[in-house]
Design a protein around this ligand. Structure first.
Ligand code: DGJ
Length: 728
């Protein structure tokens, strides 16, 4: 693995010769031709080409020059903003017009500017282009971060002298080489997010879209093209992500002419963006990660996230969340008893979920009335919060600020504060509508309520939910499509609250993992992976969510033995050993557990705390084991001195013995002491443990562990074993 998490690349991150710019870091090269004939063209995005001299760059550009097309117009190579005018017959990068005019722009570069990265190393370029005839100005920024993650965004301006310009879409694209033969994306639904789907990358377009006003439970997170049979540790992959929390379109396209592209942009609703004279539109960042195998591609995203927000450097506190413990049954006695049990098992944060505010006895009413319900809480939340703080725990609170119940005082007082179109309200979902945050009074009302609650109760953490899809989401009174403006307003709300409360941490929840993207993660600290905490489902959900996010950002809770969402029953070892790799928490009525269960859970909490620095800073490894029932994943310390690996039986194996498990990503020249991490837990799940599990362990080099491996334990289905590799 070549992705450094925090280090500066020792070599210059950029070479240039004339209009050729070569960005390179951490095993990745992006070669850009930014000549004045049009928008920049990517000549290579992929494996590092090494430091190149000016003549070498020019030779390389010559070597890669395309032949004249047979029998067709000879357009220039497709740029990062594909243009129809240059004989590009695929999806255009820019769609828009002025009452039917100016719909096929031909941009010419006017300026090429080098941009210095925040760590002082030159890392990017900004290219300015203009189409005088269509009266449009464009700036495209491209950069590469210290971990080799490439970003692009564009800014389109309508000059002051021009007529209004209706923008229908702006997608930025990157080419992938012909070797990219397969596509991988993710889908999902409530309680089953992030299910992988694979298919050949044939001629045509594969487009994954959201019109839900958020990425959605089915959001792909990444669209990935790869060489045939690529895996976590094999092949070459190119993945694209859009850092945006509203509607999106992310696509892969292969043309009969032989081009293959990945592209992404905001999905704009009809008439949503009309640029008045002098106005401009800036796209969200499109993130692009290349890797030799999915793990390396993911590692670039993980390193980016670990660098980008300071609060992420704090240890992740162990959470006890009340949702599956009590649901709406808010009772001071019951909740203080739960907090006592939380403190006994070693939790560090107590989160009061839905049900605390006015009228909220179930999910039919109350959203928007962000006042503590005096019927349930006659003294406010003070007695509970004081109790929680007295136990030494932080206090967290559930909110759903962008929503409004039709049965609420707020909706009765301000029926015009709900998104809608054509003078009617959208179909209800969970008995709620969407608060129009673009309405200044609505925005300030909700900001003021959140601000007051955080101050009054010393809230350390908000679980920020968003439970319904946006439907007919027009801003009032015009009814014009308003998802873009609503998304920006939600960002503003989060940003303002964080400015006022810099230590406040926020979780992005959306019926589980319905709002997971790098836009929301610029302003939140953790995501709720899924409402499903069945550990078997979670193995899959967390595995695929980790394509984009490092483990510590994914909320993962231990639930009751019998999972509420699936009815499956699992051992505590399987449940805790699964949550172990996320931002660990508990969502279980601890007051109804046995002393033995509480002791065992406390033991897991201690184990998690002992290892969380490693779990939350290391490199994620996922093994391509030939037995589809056996999943192996883990985390290797950045200096490769230590690792923790989980061997997981997700089902029964076809063969009696799945054979040795290879453990990749270790230092080949270091010897590790290999043992079960938790022999106490291991003995419970293993009918006949192999000798390395029960004995003092074995000492083996990373080379041997990667090439020969370790005999897999014979696990029953839905059991796991954690392995500790200590090379210190
Ligand atoms: C959906 C969330 O995903 C759950 O965890 C819980 O907070 C409920 N909303 C509360 O209504």
């Amino acid at each position: 693995m070549t992705v450094p998490s925090q280090t500066r690349h020792p070599e210059p991150a950029r070479d240039a010769a004339g209009d050729l710019v070569h960005l390179r870091r951490a095993g990745v090269s992006l070669l850009l031709d930014a000549s004045n004939s049009g928008v920049p063209v990517v000549l290579h995005w992929g494996a590092d080409l090494g430091a190149l001299t000016g003549p070498e760059l020019l030779d390389l550009a010559t070597a890669l020059r395309r032949p004249v097309r047979y029998g067709g117009p000879d357009g220039r190579p497709v740029g990062v903003l594909p243009e129809h005018t240059h004989a590009w017959f695929g999806m255009p990068g820019l769609s828009g017009h002025r009452s039917g005019r100016d719909w096929s722009p031909r941009f010419q570069r006017t300026e090429l500017r080098m941009v210095d990265g925040s760590d002082g190393v030159p890392t990017g370029v900004a290219v300015t282009a203009r189409d005088d005839a269509a009266a449009l100005d464009l700036v495209v920024e491209v950069d590469i971060d210290p971990g080799g993650l490439v970003r692009l965004r564009a800014d389109l301006a309508n000059p002051a002298h021009a007529d209004p310009y209706q923008l229908d879409g702006l997608a930025l694209c990157l080419p992938v080489p012909p070797q990219a033969a397969e596509l991988l994306d993710l889908t999902g639904r409530w309680s089953r997010e992030r299910a992988p789907q694979r298919q050949p990358f044939t001629v045509g377009t594969r487009s994954r879209e959201s019109r839900r006003g958020k990425p959605g439970l089915d959001a792909t997170l990444l669209l990935i093209a790869g060489t045939a049979d690529f895996g976590f540790r094999s092949g070459e992959v190119w993945g694209l992500h859009l850092g945006w929390s509203g509607n999106h379109r992310i696509h892969a396209e292969r043309t009969p002419e032989g081009d293959a592209l990945l592209g992404a942009g905001e999905l704009l609703l009809p008439g949503e963006i009309v640029l008045a004279p002098g106005e401009h539109y800036r796209t969200p960042w499109v993130y692009a990660s290349y890797g030799r195998g999915l793990d390396e591609m993911s590692a670039r995203f993980h390193a980016h996230l670990r660098r980008s927000v300071p609060s992420r450097r704090r240890s992740r506190p162990v959470v006890v969340n009340t949702w599956e413990a009590v649901y709406f049954d808010h009772d001071l006695g019951r909740l203080t008893a739960l907090a006592d049990a939380a403190a006994r098992i070693g939790a560090e944060r107590f989160v009061l979920d839905d049900g605390w505010f006015r009228g909220r006895r179930d999910d039919h009413a109350g959203l928007g009335d962000w006042y503590v319900d005096p019927d349930v809480w006659p003294d406010g939340l003070h007695p509970l919060v004081a109790h929680v703080h007295g136990l030494g725990l932080e206090f967290g609170l559930w909110v759903e600020p962008e929503m409004i119940s039709t049965d609420s005082d707020l909706a009765r007082a301000h029926p015009d504060w709900m998104l809608g179109t054509a003078g009617r309200l959208p179909l209800e979902a969970r008995w709620q509508q969407v608060l129009d945050l673009t309405h200044p009074d609505a925005f300030h009302h909700v900001l003021d309520r959140l601000d007051t609650l955080v101050r009054e109760y010393g809230i350390a953490y908000l679980k920020w939910d968003h439970n319904r899809d946006l439907l007919d989401a027009g801003t009032q009174p015009s009814g014009r499509a308003g998802v873009h403006a609503q998304t920006l307003a939600a960002y503003r709300l989060l940003d303002t609250l964080r400015e006022r409360h810099p230590r406040l941490q926020i979780e992005s929840c959306s019926s589980g993992g319905g709002r997971v993207d790098l836009g929301i993660l610029e302003r939140t600290d953790r995501i709720w992976g899924s409402d499903c905490i069945d550990a078997l489902e979670r193995q899959s959900i967390q595995r695929w969510t980790q394509l984009l996010l490092p483990p510590e950002v994914i909320g993962a809770h231990v639930g009751a033995a019998r999972a509420h969402t699936t009815g499956r029953t699992h051992s505590l070892t399987f449940r805790a050993g699964t949550a172990f790799f996320g931002s660990f928490g508990v969502e279980w009525d601890l007051t109804s557990t046995t002393p033995e269960e509480q002791r065992e859970l406390a033991w897991w909490v201690t184990l998690y705390k002992r290892h969380r620095d490693l779990l939350h800073s290391g490199t994620v490894v996922r093994v391509d084991h030939p037995d589809p029932a056996l999943w192996v994943h883990g985390v290797v310390a950045p200096d490769r001195t230590e690792a923790i690996v989980a061997i997981v039986a997700t089902a029964t194996s076809t063969t009696a013995n799945p054979g040795p498990v290879r453990l990749p990503g270790l230092d080949p020249d270091r010897r590790y002491l290999v043992r079960a991490l938790a022999p106490e837990a291991a003995e419970k799940v293993l009918p006949a443990p192999p000798p390395w599990v029960t004995g003092p362990g074995v000492r083996l080099s990373g080379r041997i562990l990667g090439a020969a491996g370790l005999q897999a334990p014979t696990l029953r289905p839905e059991q796991l074993l954690l392995v500790h590799l200590d090379g210190r």
